[in-house]
Ligand binder design. Structure first.
Ligand SMILES: [Zn+2]
Length: 326
């Protein structure tokens, strides 16, 4: 059998696991006639990554077409991670009250163990109400939350991914499966623990709000998630340090920081509505609108004396005495 190659389309994955493979993609060009058009597609990538793709694929005469990675309907928030009891109290409360009406949430976990721990915590807290409708069989098909990782049975994955309005409202996914969880109708992305790179974090966050509705991307983190590294740096150390700087930031708009990271200088600015842009913008706006309190340093005796002086000057029936000190 013979065939003719008219063009090549490559989808380049950014994740580190694919790097050794895609560095050999240029070998494909040796198998097709010279001059065969080549198109390479990648998800959100920095300028240096794009240049690396061009160089690796030996694209001598290329045209780059790129779109802004800005997702204006996603609000970025960062919180300190304490314990599941505290961190998930609000989500559990919503799930108990709203059941299948709960907006869909994906919780990315750093380890499989963490996935299992959170699943067990929700199971304990929800009790019999974790199955819907009430009285439904105690099967994963009827549970309001589920796990999504490499060992999850295919049937359970199908149940989770099939219907955005289905029973499963909260999905605990391992970060290793981050790129593989293709869910629709997700309104909230939670990273329970810091990501290993800004790229991974941003791409996983982009799983939310795909319908165009307002969505939130929340990171719960501890300093031990991403300890600061000192020179000499490896690529891994540099990426961890960038994540750490993003998470520790409390003064610059997070959207601006993320877009600057991806060299999108045109869009790298705060969102038009600070209340849904990021936690930094929302906090800044709230503090600007808060009523200002004027405090005095007078002690109670001084305040009483001042009050008496004022009262002694108040005599509405008398014309003001301009010679008085009052
Ligand atoms: Zn902002």
């Amino acid at each position: 059998m013979s065939f003719t190659v008219t063009y090549i389309v490559l989808k380049i994955f950014r994740s580190k696991e694919f790097r050794p493979a895609y560095k050999r993609l240029s070998e494909i060009r040796a198998l097709v006639p010279r001059g065969t058009p080549l198109m390479a597609c990648t998800a959100t990538a920095t300028r240096s990554i794009r240049e690396e793709v061009v160089r690796t694929l030996e694209m001598a005469h290329h045209v780059t077409v790129s779109l802004s990675p800005n997702r204006s309907n996603i609000m970025y928030l960062v919180k300190k991670r304490t314990d599941p009891d505290t961190d998930f109290a609000e989500l559990l409360s919503t799930l108990k009250q709203s059941l299948v009406q709960t907006p869909r949430v994906v919780v990315y976990c750093r380890t499989l163990m963490m996935c299992a721990d959170l699943f067990s915590h929700f199971s304990y807290e929800m009790g019999d109400s974790q199955y819907f409708p009430p009285g439904a069989p105690r099967l994963s098909d009827y549970r309001l939350f589920g796990m999504f990782h490499a060992s999850t049975p295919q049937h359970s994955k199908d149940v989770i991914t099939a219907d955005p309005h289905g029973v499963v409202r909260v999905v605990f996914a391992s970060v290793a499966m981050g790129m593989g969880v293709d869910l629709r109708g997700v309104n909230m992305i939670i990273h329970y623990g810091a990501s290993s790179s800004i790229e991974d974090y941003f791409q996983a966050s982009g799983r939310g709000g795909r319908s165009g509705d307002q969505a939130q991307s929340i990171v719960y983190w501890k300093a031990t998630d991403c300890p600061l590294r000192k020179a000499p740096y490896t690529t891994y150390h540099r990426e961890v340090n960038e994540v750490r700087r993003y998470l520790e930031n409390t003064s610059v708009c997070r959207r601006k920081l993320l877009l600057e990271y991806f060299d999108d200088s045109k869009s790298a600015r705060p969102g038009s509505d600070p209340t849904v842009c990021c936690d930094v913008c929302a906090t800044t706006r709230a503090s600007q609108q808060a009523p200002r309190h004027v405090s005095t340093s007078l002690d109670p005796a001084e305040e009483a004396e001042l009050l008496m002086n004022v009262l002694s000057c108040e005599d509405v029936d008398s014309p003001p005495d301009l010679s008085s000190e009052c």
